[in-house]
Ligand binder design. Structure first.
Ligand SMILES: [Zn+2]
Ligand SMILES: [Zn+2]
Length: 430
């Protein structure tokens, strides 16, 4: 039987209604979750995921804008009128496998599922209560690389949005079911080409300019710099082209490098230091160098006003969510040092990829991490074990619960103009 709940519903009534909605949509959500997980697609090529999600929403009576904002695998669906606007992001891009093809090693199928669920539940609550307010589901491709949300920000997808919500799966976080305000790192990457001069490596090596030497010198310069970097900064690189054959002095050699830091400003400083290492390497080998920087992913700015509602709703469901990691660092004992170290390690570890960071510099937003059951030995996202774990029914049920928590937070933002204002005030003061 359809229950109608009043506009000023208490949290208990909202939770009951969401449980009903979750029961109604569970089969559809499990199907779309399996479709996405079973057909992993790379960034900007998430055609099946796009079509499957749009198809589901259309079958439920929603008007969907496919290929939204000029991005072929983005989409948008809106519901409701007036009031505030809450938006959920559905990610669905996959990662390349070591062996062949692609797999959902970051579990973005679960991000899609929890956000679709949150949209359907919030829309259901708007219908039932008749409140003024709008909810949006954005299909946001190309998170792992490509910066899909940067395209969407620039195209105006978040203009007029009061809050952007999504959640990301993770492996074990110190025995909690999740964390509402993870700390994350800003990241940028650079492709580096060193141009030297080829020569016969035995007959006339002195006639060559060795581009591989520039790579090796750069790599070593960075290795030395690393000792002087703060704990919050990370640099990692690969040699993507070290030459053609041993008997040819390499005239071209290439590297790819990622740099991460706690804030945008710190990242900028780090990137300048790295450029010093790179130019030093080039100069030592006598090479010319060409740098192609990517678009930076900013650090995540958690909106604690919104996150608090999410934390409370997850806890009300019996899920042990940490609000933020500092909750875990109390007092000053020698045991405290151990706890601090573990927490710092955990949040650095959590930061694998979070393009929502850029969104949260524009508008209030949250990006909680939620734990999915992983078999022993899975070291975290971006591994084959995590790809497998992201496809299980147990992980789907975690995502479904997170979808409920996001919907409760989203609904509260729409139903309570004061909460909305508080979230904006916090955003303005950051
Ligand atoms: Zn990832
Ligand atoms: Zn991810």
């Amino acid at each position: 039987m359809r229950t109608i709940i009043p506009a000023q519903a208490g949290l208990g009534q909202v939770q009951d209604k969401i449980d009903d909605l979750a029961d109604n949509h569970k089969d559809n959500l499990w199907r779309v979750n399996k479709q996405i997980h079973g057909n992993p697609e790379p960034h900007y090529e998430e055609v099946q995921a796009h079509d499957n999600i749009c198809g589901l929403l259309e079958s439920l009576g929603y008007t969907v804008t496919p290929h939204a904002y000029g991005v072929s695998t983005a989409f948008q669906v809106d519901f409701g009128t007036g009031g505030g606007l809450v938006s959920y992001n559905a990610e669905y891009d996959a990662l390349p496998c070591e062996s062949d093809g692609y797999h959902h090693a970051c579990g973005h199928n679960l991000i899609a599922t929890s956000s679709i669920a949150a949209f359907l539940f919030t829309a259901g609550l708007i219908k039932d209560t008749g409140i003024q307010g709008r909810v949006r589901l954005l299909g946001t491709p190309a998170e792992e690389s490509g910066g899909g949300k940067i395209d969407l920000i620039e195209a105006g997808a978040y203009r007029g949005v009061d809050a952007s919500l999504m959640a990301h799966p993770s492996n074990d976080i110190e025995s909690f079911d999740g964390i509402s305000c993870p700390k994350t790192l800003a990241i940028n990457s650079v492709k580096i080409k060193f141009h030297g001069k080829e020569a016969h490596a035995a007959a006339s090596p002195w006639a060559g300019i060795n581009a591989l030497d520039a790579v090796v010198a750069t790599y070593n310069n960075i290795a030395m710099l690393r000792q002087q970097l703060p704990l919050t900064e990370r640099v990692h690189s690969i040699i993507s082209n070290g030459g053609e054959r041993p008997n040819i002095i390499p005239g071209l050699a290439e590297m790819e490098l990622y740099a991460r830091a706690a804030t945008d400003a710190e990242l900028e400083t780090l990137c300048k230091r790295l450029e010093g290492c790179i130019h030093g390497g080039a100069q030592a080998a006598g090479c010319k160098v060409e740098l192609t920087w990517d678009r930076a992913y900013k650090n995540l700015r958690n909106n604690e006003t919104i996150a608090r509602v999410f934390t409370d709703s997850m806890r009300a469901m019996g899920r042990t969510f940490q609000h933020k990691l500092e909750d875990n660092i109390g007092g000053s004992t020698d045991q405290g040092s151990v706890s601090l170290f573990k927490s710092v390690a955990a949040w650095l570890y959590l930061k694998i990829c979070l393009l929502l960071g850029n969104v949260t510099h524009e508008i209030p937003g949250i990006h909680p991490m939620f734990v999915i059951p992983t078999p022993g030995g899975v070291t975290g996202p971006h591994t084959p074990g995590f790809a497998e774990a992201a496809g299980t029914y147990d992980s789907f049920l975690r995502a479904l619960d997170v979808g409920k928590g996001l919907a409760i937070a989203g609904y509260q933002i729409l139903a309570d103009p004061q909460l909305r204002q508080q979230a904006w005030n916090e955003h303005a003061n950051k």
